[in-house]
Design a protein around this ligand. Structure first.
Ligand code: MSP
Length: 668
């Protein structure tokens, strides 16, 4: 490492190689990659570690099952992780493997030091071990009737052996003091409280060796004892820094953030690991952050269950459905993972929600916003020069500035869902701005200078949105940059300047514009298609993989209340009714042609024929759900739904704005 300055060090867990990468493991890796890219924009010289945890017993068992020797097996599966992260544009600095010799040396050095300091001592372990969880359990953790771990359902085996213990019990108080003094050390708060309660129960010394030989890191000088895989694995973060021999190890250590799923937080990353570091006299990581799980049909998605798809299969499905290039579909998956993974709870992974996000957030909002401006016949081809004395863009500019601040604040908490929601407020702001300023009318009236003011504002806000989106969706942001005529939309270290209003240079030629995310027709989404499309093609380590079928959306499975984010997914718009006619043979239905804003004319079927005569409807303004999945009703396609109340007599009463407002205006 040539740098002498501390780097912003980000890690994912190192993944077990008993099975292939999937959208769960991909989520943490994409979270780390997006965070790395963001830190690079800020000039923090980030360093991103991911890798594989290869010394586990479950890995040797998987190798045996596959009929391969462990080394051949781990090499092959590890490579699948490398390929998958490259496919997902996860641009790590190191892919760490615990079978590397340098790691063995550091793990043994840690063992020697802690044995010398009395933190590691000999004793007898009597209890349970689960190979699935690679965890020691006490009697009270195991259901005697089923012989399974109560918390995880994993099978256990009885262990009774002479072993080495790590004196974890000695560190509870110091650890607690550190957690209390550093409120953002453990995140989110719900998990932090869980850790405090876990410490208060009393930490118990941990068995850290197993009596066997062969695969794994040996206790120094004792070939018949293998160091417990978690004691070995956690040290990877430190090994990478070059500790203890490299003079540069402080360039990386302490880590700035360890990211992971919640199941390896409390017991391992939030207690055992910091206790090991305190025992070694080393500084603790700045942040240890856990996210919730993706559930599949309400259950944890896991490779052992074979119920969770590979990212490549999800991307292939998106490609087939949208016709968009692979890197754009990769970005769409990255967006969904970042936007919808939860920190304090779990979330349902569902192709339906992914497709809805794709159409609403990407095709409709983000991908289209540029096209609305650059594709307009009054766009002059180059970035217009705004007049300095006009403040038509003041509100939009304020939206952009507050959104940047909200985005930054969210990312201090690693909360990509909130950060992306902030970026989308800019996109929404641009759409509102265009609606309010109606540049097409200004163009018609021949007011070229006013058109220039509006177009500059819309494009500049879009540039800032593209910058915020860049760490999450690097390819889409680069394409937005190209269309805007900006050479490097996400230039390293340029954050402060790039987020300032006014970065677009007037006079620059814009690139050719085309929608980045073609809309997906979701009408067949509930039929057989996703089943076939999500099917895994090759999976040597997991032959029982079954494709996931679309499930009910997470929101419909949750409680009766919805979050503001849920509501924000419903796009309510003002529409003008253009024509209305009866549908033959359907006495309640009318076929309406409506306009939902500029260039967006569609047909919808409404059950209002008994309440309204078709001839009375043209010219009326109504409210419609604009992003409803299209449906075919009595053989007629309906793209959306209008809103109506029902009176006591059961008659439909159309909802309408109380003052005329332009078609396409948002209702919220
Ligand atoms: N090898 C250990 C980690 C050692 S770190 C020093 C391990 N490996 S794992 O392969 O089981 O990966 C667990 C991680 O995968 C989780 O912490 C999380 O990052 C990710 N996920 C696995 N399943 C997941 C979901 N269903 N949902 C979200 N993330 C998931 O534990």
């Amino acid at each position: 490492m040539p740098d002498s300055k501390k780097r912003y060090y980000i890690t994912t867990p190192i993944y077990y190689v008993n099975g292939e990468p999937h959208v769960g493991t991909a989520t943490t890796t994409v979270l780390a990659d997006a965070t790395t890219r963001y830190r690079r924009l800020r000039g923090d010289n980030p360093y991103f570690l991911t890798g594989t945890d290869e010394n586990a017993r479950k890995v040797t068992e998987a190798a045996q099952k596959a009929g391969q020797d462990p080394q051949t097996f781990v090499d092959a599966v590890s490579l699948r992780f490398v390929e998958t992260w490259k496919f997902l544009k996860c641009d790590y600095d190191v892919f760490f493997r615990t079978t590397e010799e340098r790691h063995r040396q550091v793990v043994q050095a840690v063992f020697e030091r802690l044995r010398a300091s009395g933190d590691i001592y000999t004793g007898t372990y009597e209890g349970w071990y689960s190979v699935t969880d690679e965890t020691f359990f006490r009697d009270s953790d195991v259901d005697a009737a089923t012989g399974r771990v109560i918390e995880t359902g994993a099978a256990v085996e009885r262990v009774s052996e002479d072993t080495y213990f790590f004196r974890l019990s000695a560190y509870g108080e110091r650890l607690k003091a550190h957690i209390l003094a550093n409120p953002d050390f453990l995140q989110p708060d719900t998990r932090r409280n869980e850790v405090l309660a876990f410490i208060d129960q009393g930490l118990r010394d941990l068995n850290i060796t197993q009596n066997r030989s062969g695969w794994g890191i040996e206790v120094p000088g004792e070939p018949n004892r293998i160091i417990y895989v978690w004691f070995d694995a956690l040290i990877n973060y430190l090994t990478e820094s070059g500790w203890p021999d490299s003079p540069d190890w402080r360039t990386l250590w302490p880590a700035d953030v360890h990211l992971m799923g919640k199941e390896i937080f409390t017991r391992f990353h939030a207690t055992l690991w910091p206790a090991m570091l305190i025992a070694l006299g080393l500084p603790l990581p700045q942040h240890v952050v856990a996210h919730g799980w993706w559930l599949i049909g309400g259950e944890k998605g896991a490779k052992s269950k074979g119920n969770i798809p590979a990212p490549q299969d999800v991307v292939a499905m998106l490609q087939e459905r949208s016709g968009a290039p692979q890197e754009i579909c990769v970005d769409a998956l990255r967006y969904y993972l970042l936007r919808d993974i939860q920190f304090s709870s779990d979330a349902e992974f569902s192709p339906d929600i992914l497709l809805a996000r794709y159409n609403a957030d990407l095709a409709n909002d983000l991908g289209n916003v540029l096209n609305r401006v650059l594709g307009a016949n009054f766009f002059p081809g180059t970035i217009p020069t705004p007049r300095a004395d006009r403040n038509i863009t003041a509100k939009l500019r304020e939206t952009a500035e507050t959104s940047v601040r909200d985005y930054e604040a969210a990312l201090e908490r690693f909360d990509w869902g909130a950060a992306l929601a902030a970026a989308w407020r800019i996109v929404g702001g641009v759409n509102d701005f265009l609606q309010e300023t109606a540049p097409w009318k200004l163009a018609k009236a021949g007011d070229t200078e006013a058109v220039g003011d509006v177009l500059y504002g819309a494009l500049e806000a879009t540039r800032i949105a593209a910058l915020l989106v860049a760490p999450a969706m690097p390819s889409a942001a680069a394409e937005m940059g190209r269309q805007l005529g900006v050479a490097d939309i996400a230039a390293e270290g340029g954050w402060a300047e790039a987020t300032r209003w006014g970065g677009l240079a007037p006079g620059t030629p814009a690139g050719a514009s085309s929608p980045i995310f073609p809309r997906i027709d979701t009408r067949t989404a509930n039929q057989a298609a996703p089943k076939k499309e999500m099917q895994k093609t090759v999976n040597p380590t997991n032959p029982t993989f079954s494709p996931i079928a679309p499930t009910e959306s997470a929101t419909s499975q949750a409680s009766d209340t919805i979050t503001i984010d849920d509501f924000a997914r419903v796009q309510l718009r003002i529409a003008d009714i253009l024509t209305a006619e009866r549908i033959q043979g359907a006495k309640k239905l009318l076929r309406l042609q409506i306009r939902v804003g500029d260039g967006d004319e569609r047909q919808l079927v409404a059950g209002i024929a008994e309440s309204y005569a078709p001839e009375d409807l043209p010219g009326k303004k109504i409210v419609v759900v604009a992003n409803l999945q299209p449906a075919t009703i009595r053989g007629v396609q309906s793209q959306g739904m209008l809103l109506a109340a029902t009176d006591e007599a059961g008659r439909a009463i159309l909802l309408a704005p109380d003052t005329p407002v332009a078609a396409g205006s948002k209702v919220k």
